[in-house]
Ligand binder design. Structure first.
Ligand SMILES: [Fe+2]
Length: 460
């Protein structure tokens, strides 16, 4: 593993540079017209180091900060950004830690996702620590072990089955010889766990869910003490000795044995969605072909949007390229998670290295970090919404016009950096008119660093 991140991390610079203040702002200026049906909060989590005292740390390791905008009746009521108060963060801010359960001594300011379930708002992170519960206005309430029912740590990525209200996750932790499928019921407590034996302590950042299966990605990035000792301090690294495989864990039934299928070595951070198709399982994902260098966040091969059709009875996986533009942070309309989907949204990205923090090139080369993509996977078409050349945009989320609206009848939302103001806008795009001017831009009072994942949390 090259020890090249001992110098100042590129993730403290440019569009990744952390902000230094927590801000509360009301009645934000809007260009365009905010749809009145958007009533709720758009929240997004991401790392925001407290100081510049540890310049070697990896992007994934900074304490989480949640940025949120409250929309109501065509107005943008407020913007808030708040660090998650872990014990360390609370101490650094001169505050008293709210306290609560801790798994295996691993307390972390959860930096990866922010979701809502069973009346809670949760900031989540993987690899051992518990999520943190937040108030509606983003104040930290404390770590959450689901009323004492979670046996271990939790996960960054979750999948909500809207038919049942159950929240699914796959937790992993270097201290375990297994990963753990966890179901949180509608009462906000754990209704079931299943331990799945694995070798080498694999990183399982995301998974997929269908009506019948939990789809597991056991890929060759595994726990590594050597990697922990390098400048990036991230204790996971590519392990060519670890067999790459994908597993189907039946959600129901007396025998819940995982059906594992071997695949070529590759890396997958994120799935778009998955669904059952007869006896087969279809799963779409952003896939890095070949080896992946986690310390540099760089793949050896191309990053593409791919579809795997898994036939468990034949023991065969058919791979198909859906789009060869480089892209990440794939999202569907949350209402179709585990069900067939037609549309998907993703962020066009370039390779992030020490030399090119911001990729350059033409959008048609798929090498910009200032465009969002909309995929129509039935028609086989892709539309791009480009922002200004010096703008940056990360993950976008979809908000339906109404609970019963058609799959792409709604809005795509994302924080977009406006270089002219030196601050972020919450941009709202009509999904069915994807390349048109945004219907609204909410002008926020500060910059928002590029971060990870978020949610539109509608309120009735
Ligand atoms: Fe992720």
């Amino acid at each position: 593993m090259p020890d090249t991140m001992l110098d100042r991390s590129p993730f403290l610079e440019g569009p990744y540079a952390p902000v230094t203040e927590e801000i509360t702002a009301f009645d934000l200026p809007v260009t365009g017209s905010l749809p009145a049906e958007l009533n709720g909060r758009y929240l997004r989590n991401g790392p925001n180091p407290l100081g510049l005292d540890d310049p070697g740390s990896h992007w994934f390791l900074g304490p989480g900060m949640v940025h949120g905008v409250r929309l109501r009746d065509g107005r943008a009521e407020w913007y808030r950004n708040r660090w998650i108060r872990s014990r360390h963060v609370a101490g650094a801010l001169g505050e008293t830690w709210p306290g609560g359960p801790v798994h295996a001594g691993m307390d972390a300011a959860a930096n990866t996702h922010v979701i809502a379930h069973a009346g809670r708002t949760l900031a989540t992170v993987e690899a051992g620590p518990l999520p943190y519960e937040l108030s509606a206005e983003l104040d930290t309430l404390g770590p959450c072990d689901f009323n004492g029912t979670l046996p271990g740590g939790y996960a960054a990525h979750t999948k909500l089955d809207r038919r049942t209200g159950d929240l699914h996750a796959v937790a992993y932790f270097w201290g375990w010889d297994h990963v753990q499928h966890v179901v949180i019921g509608t009462d906000g407590t754990v209704s079931g766990t299943t331990d799945i034996p694995v070798a080498d302590g694999p990183m399982m950042h995301d998974f997929a869910l269908t009506e019948r299966y939990v789809v597991l990605f056991d890929l060759p990035i595994t726990f590594s003490m050597d990697a922990a000792a390098t400048g990036s301090k991230l204790p996971y690294a590519w392990n060519p000795l670890h067999e790459a495989r994908v597993g189907l864990l039946p959600r129901e039934g007396a025998t819940r044995q995982v059906r594992w299928l071997e695949i070529d070595p590759c890396w997958v951070f994120h799935t778009l969605n998955a669904y059952d198709d007869g006896d087969r399982v279809v799963v779409d994902m952003c896939r890095y072909e070949g080896a992946y260098d986690l310390s540099q966040l760089a793949g050896q091969g191309p990053l593409t949007l791919d579809r795997w059709t898994i036939d468990p009875s034949a023991g065969r996986i058919t791979q198909r390229r859906l789009d060869d533009r480089q892209q990440e942070f794939p999202r569907v309309d949350d209402r179709v998670v585990s069900q067939p989907h037609r549309y998907g949204y993703s962020a066009a990205v370039g390779e992030i290295s020490r030399d090119t923090v911001l990729p350059s090139g033409d959008f048609t080369d798929g090498a910009f970090a200032h465009a969002l993509l909309k995929h129509d996977l039935t028609a086989g078409t892709v539309e791009g919404h480009e922002f200004g050349r010096d703008s940056t945009v990360g993950e976008a989320v979809f908000a339906p016009s109404s609970p019963e609206a058609a799959e792409d009848d709604g809005y795509v939302m994302a924080f977009v950096h406006d270089p002219d103001r030196g601050a972020a806008d919450l941009v709202v795009i009509a999904a069915q008119d994807f390349t048109a001017e945004p219907v609204a831009r909410v002008h926020l009072p500060a910059r928002i660093p590029l971060g990870f994942h978020g949610s539109w949390i509608a309120e009735p």
